[in-house]
Design a protein around this ligand. Structure first.
Ligand SMILES: [Ca+2]
Length: 484
């Protein structure tokens, strides 16, 4: 190690010490009144099947009203289409190759357990922790970091204690009455397609309790700045929602997606490796029922978002609170012949993202600009006027919040692991390019302007050779290990 490197390491350490003392000082001083609160709401396994995203059937009146006073990002992407890798990434503002979290803990069929991001980056300051260090009260209600669902409902899940002052882990009838749930694999509810049109009220369900607890926390903390993480469990399996939400959708009228030639032959193989045995050969009626249940769970979760928004209004906090709503990854509903997550197609990688709050000039607008979940942390720090750590790997979306035509990035990245090798996808304003094990196990290129359903793989088309070479190079750069 040369002397310059020793010097820069020493400087970096001094800076960390200085930053820590500064943070400790401001914590004691308590944040000044007038600072903006944050409500960070996440749904679990939610794709963009929402009315405000143009879906013709799915009713989301409360998210529609949030979108009407915020900016809706039409092209937002997760960095990894699985709970723990995605959540570790956006909560730390760092990408999966930095957090080194590429698996869920103890995940089904996985050879080894996932590490916690603190093993690779022990001193990282998470998003809520930054607010905490600057005098905010930070609390979590429900699922913000990984939780096994439904197994760990009511516990702390795979949490990060330094992130929070207080945590709340409600548990409702959906958990207590698991034996009533219909499932494709007996006694298995979390990883498997499963659903229940439940008896009883919204308030008896876990997500109903989460909304109620969130409002209680806001009421208790209304006089001081707070960062409140509100993590709903739906529409993750089991799709449990009160009956009235199932009645909103007629399964017989649900149109199933057509499969392309590649979907039918499952080419290239790794693109379809997320398929599970029990999901193969489902009858049309069963597929329609599963989609009805997923949509019912979305409308139920939307109603709980409504309770949080109503609470903010009633407490007079709406005008001083930044509100973010998103999901940890997208979701297939038999499109491409797939269900759930863990693919690099648009449907599994794309997420809803709505950001609202005082001072957002483009309120009510939709933006086609690319955004990534890793951008949420720098955006909230920017809007709240807090100094974000320099190592964050996303960008503030503030320019887009003021002008929906502004762009802060030309590409969004998503990656996934297939046992011994990785797949990477890059999304530009027009294309999605995917490479499996550096192309050795297949490449895919879709022109989303011409082919939004990803039916024609153009990767071997000589007319697109330049585009493929350019996007391949972007992935080579993206997938290099981060050394800082
Ligand atoms: Ca998830």
């Amino acid at each position: 190690m040369n002397s310059m490197r020793v010097l820069s390491k020493t400087l970096a350490l001094l800076l960390i010490v200085a930053a820590t003392s500064f943070a400790a000082g401001t914590t004691a001083a308590a944040a000044e009144p007038g600072k903006l609160n944050v409500v960070l709401m996440f749904a679990d396994d939610l794709n963009c099947d929402m009315h405000c995203y143009g879906h013709p059937h799915v009713k989301t009146p409360n998210l529609d009203r949030l979108a009407a006073r915020g900016v809706l990002f039409q092209h937002a992407y997760c960095q990894f289409p699985l709970c723990s890798p995605s959540r570790s990434s956006f909560m730390t503002g760092r990408r999966p190759n930095t957090t080194r979290v590429h698996r869920n803990p103890g995940g089904e069929g996985q050879r080894q357990t996932s590490p916690h991001f603190r093993e690779a980056i022990p001193d990282t300051v998470t998003m809520p922790q930054l607010f905490r260090n600057n005098g905010y009260y930070a609390a979590r209600v429900g699922k913000l970091y990984h939780y096994g669902v439904p197994g760990q409902i009511g516990t702390n899940g795979f949490d990060d204690p330094p992130s929070w002052e207080e945590t709340f882990n409600p548990s409702g009838r959906d958990k207590a009455e698991e034996d009533k749930i219909f499932t494709l694999v007996p006694k298995s509810y979390g990883a498997v397609l499963s659903w229940l049109a439940a008896e009883g009220t919204d308030a008896e369900q876990t997500d109903g309790k989460i909304a109620a607890q969130a409002v209680k926390v806001m009421e208790q903390q209304r006089d001081k700045p707070f960062f409140l993480g509100v993590g709903f469990f739906r529409p993750h399996t089991p799709y449990v929602a009160p009956k009235k939400y199932f009645d909103m959708y007629q399964p017989g009228e649900i149109k199933l997606a057509e499969l392309s030639a590649d979907d039918q032959t499952r080419t290239p193989g790794p693109a379809y490796a997320s398929a599970k045995k029990e999901q193969e050969g489902l009858t049309v009626a069963l597929r329609q029922e599963a989609i009805q249940a997923y949509w019912a769970s979305i409308s139920f979760m939307d109603a709980q978002v409504g309770l949080v928004l109503d609470g903010l209004d009633r407490l007079g906090l709406t005008d001083k609170t930044l509100i973010v709503f998103s999901s940890d990854h997208g979701y297939h509903l038999s499109d491409h012949g797939l269900w759930q997550k863990m693919s690099l197609f648009e449907r599994s990688s794309r997420v809803p993202l709505i950001i609202a709050g005082p001072g957002i000039k483009a309120a009510g607008k939709k933006s086609a600009s690319l955004a990534e979940l890793v951008d949420i942390y720098p955006t909230l720090a920017d809007l709240a006027g807090l100094p974000a750590p320099e190592y964050l790997e996303g960008k503030s979306l503030k320019p887009v919040l003021n002008d929906p035509n502004a762009t802060v990035k030309t590409a969004a990245f998503t990656q996934v692991r297939r046992g011994e090798f990785d797949g990477y996808a890059v999304r530009t304003d027009r294309y999605r390019y995917i490479t499996w094990e550096q192309g050795r196990r297949g490449e895919q290129l879709f022109d989303l302007q011409e082919d939004s359903r990803e039916t024609k793989n153009l990767a071997q088309d000589p007319a697109h050779a330049t585009t493929v070479a350019d996007l391949k190079q972007r992935i080579v750069e993206y997938s290099k290990p981060v050394t800082k």
